[in-house]
Write a protein that binds this ligand. Structure first.
Ligand SMILES: [Zn+2]
Ligand SMILES: [Zn+2]
Length: 93
């Protein structure tokens, strides 16, 4: 598992706790930061924070901190991965 030194404060994807700048952290591009302890680094990612407002594929506006983020890969030249936001109803929350 890739281990990094956090360059800024973040949120553990598993326990939702804080990962502070300068601490070791586990980082996976598709899941985000986690504490390096196995319980967090290998746990299920549940706390990927939604820091920006977005629009669900159903058209519902999702405010920051709500909904559920989902990694999608854009197909085509110059396009990479991005986060899509699902509203609580579509995400089954
Ligand atoms: Zn954690
Ligand atoms: Zn929706």
């Amino acid at each position: 598992m890739p281990r990094i030194v956090a360059k800024k404060d973040g949120t553990c994807r598993t326990c939702g706790g804080r990962v502070r700048k300068g601490e070791y952290a586990d980082f996976q591009a598709d899941k985000g930061l986690a504490h390096p302890e196995p319980a967090c680094a290998q746990g299920a990612a549940r706390h990927r924070p939604n820091i920006r407002a977005g629009t669900c594929t159903c058209g519902t506006h999702v405010p920051p901190g709500k909904g559920h983020l989902r990694l999608v890969e854009d197909k085509g030249p110059g396009l990479g991965k991005r986060w899509a936001v699902d509203c609580a109803r579509c995400a089954g929350l």
